[in-house]
Design a binder for this molecule. Structure first.
Ligand SMILES: *Cc1c(COP(=O)(O)O)cnc(C)c1O
Length: 432
């Protein structure tokens, strides 16, 4: 492989580099502080203290109680537990008969596979599933969501921000709607409908306060905000009816057995602290770069199609303003309000006639790393389910690339990307 003076990494939605402060926080737990947190001697206690300190720090940031944070091996496990845990509890506690009142779950067509695949298994087991559609911008409609909820609906699972097109759902509004519905349900002696959000992409950028969002379950992955891979947590509100999927020694309040990944947990807590402390400033900077990139693309590649929410945005209501961040500065609001339905670091575009995979390889040959569709669907050649859901044809979906910016991205990188796109595209068009 050709060596470059500099690699321009623009795939932060797939993975982020480990922050050096995070590495330093983790280091002792990879070397000297190796005890098992369940051991009662001093080495065990040392490790346990670190785990509990991290739990408290994360809980404080998201407005939860420490015991509501369940450490997981990443976002996928968290999403799996959110779905299967609630389903398992429903089966064990209420002796569900699959005949007349089959249990029901509501989700969206654009969820990550970590949510979709467990739900498809429930469907095979006889559960009713409503897959809510999204509009052209990749947003769910609240009225559709309300109408989808039945007496038998156990869980609503809606992702906070989409990993491919960056669309941001109004989770706080959905939380409020469900709270009202649950008050009604209570009067009829019905169990509440629980709300899970997959916040893996949103965690580095948006407000995670579980009281403002009114979620019962929330999945977070550390590797998306400059923390270690294979670390994550599931927020499980106290009293949420759920059962574990991994059983054994009873760690994590019995919800996730197995020796804790102490270094991963410490690293995740540190990564979240750092991320939250610079969130507003970094969001503002990234949104500025993103908008610069999109505007330059409009000049240089007038035929491109932006996948996801447009910069102009429609009317941005009070709801939208509130959930971006609890207290954003006036300047940030001005810069990003028009595009607050999109992650500040996400650009997803289709270039007519240019296959995304070819373009990705051409850019890679110039030292630029971007993604086609979604990096998460290993080796899959199917067009992205998300792009199809927002109305793209199979062909357009395959002509799409995802560019996600991050902490090391500078304006000069964006300029180099645009220059490279201008050079690569004619080569691919000629080849055909
Ligand atoms: C990355 C991601 C996941 C999976 O997280 P892992 O830590 O890779 O298991 C789930 N959902 C979304 C939206 C993601 O971006």
């Amino acid at each position: 492989m050709k060596k470059f003076r500099k690699i321009i990494y623009l795939d932060y939605a797939a993975a982020t580099p480990l922050d050096v402060r995070v590495l330093n926080a983790m280091r002792p737990f990879l070397t000297s502080t190796y005890g098992n947190p369940s051991s009662l001697h001093r080495k065990g206690l040392e490790a346990k203290n670190a785990v509990e300190k991290s739990r408290k720090s994360i809980a404080d940031i998201i407005g939860a109680r420490p015991e509501e944070i369940i450490f997981m091996s990443g976002g996928t496990e968290a999403c799996n537990l959110a779905v299967f845990g609630v389903a398992k509890h429903a089966h064990i506690s209420t002796k569900i008969k699959t005949s007349r009142h089959k249990p029901h779950i509501v989700t969206t067509v654009i969820e990550h596979h970590a949510v979709l695949e467990p739900i498809k298994i429930l469907q095979k087991l006889g559960w009713g599933v409503t897959f809510l559609p999204v509009d052209m911008e990749g947003l769910v409609n609240i009225d559709n969501l309300k109408k989808a909820i039945r007496k038998e609906t156990k869980l609503v699972s809606v992702m906070y921000a989409n990993n491919e097109i960056g669309s941001v759902q109004p989770i706080a509004e959905i939380g409020r709607v469900l709270a009202r519905i649950n008050t009604e349900r209570g009067k009829y002696g019905l169990m509440p409908t629980l709300l899970h959000t997959d916040a893996c992409q949103a965690a580095g950028a948006f407000d995670l306060n579980v009281n403002r969002l009114q979620v019962d379950l929330m999945s977070v992955s550390a590797s998306k905000f400059y923390g270690p891979k294979d670390s994550g947590f599931l927020y499980v509100k106290n009293g949420t009816p759920t059962y574990p999927i991994i059983l054994g020694g009873g760690q994590e309040r019995g919800l996730r057995s197995g020796t804790e990944n102490v270094a991963g947990i410490v690293g995740m807590a540190k990564a979240l602290e750092v991320s939250v402390s610079q969130r507003e400033r970094e969001n503002q900077r990234l949104a500025g770069l993103r908008d610069y990139l999109i505007n330059r693309l409009k000049q240089k590649l007038p035929k491109f199609i932006l996948n996801g929410s447009s910069l102009e945005g429609k009317q941005v209501g009070k709801e939208m303003k509130n959930f971006i961040s609890s207290k954003t500065s006036g300047r940030y609001k001005m810069m990003t309000l028009g595009s607050s339905k999109r992650l500040p670091n996400n650009v997803n575009l289709a270039i007519p006639g240019v296959e995304g995979e070819a373009l990705m390889l051409y850019l890679d040959a110039r030292g630029i790393c971007v993604s086609t569709g979604s990096a998460c669907a290993t080796g899959s050649t199917d067009a992205s389910h998300v792009l199809k859901a927002i109305g793209r044809t199979e062909k357009q979906a395959k002509e799409s690339i995802r560019i996600t910016l991050g902490r090391d991205t500078k304006k000069s990188d964006v300029d180099y990307l645009i220059k490279s796109l201008k050079e690569c595209i004619p080569l691919i068009l000629d080849e055909r």
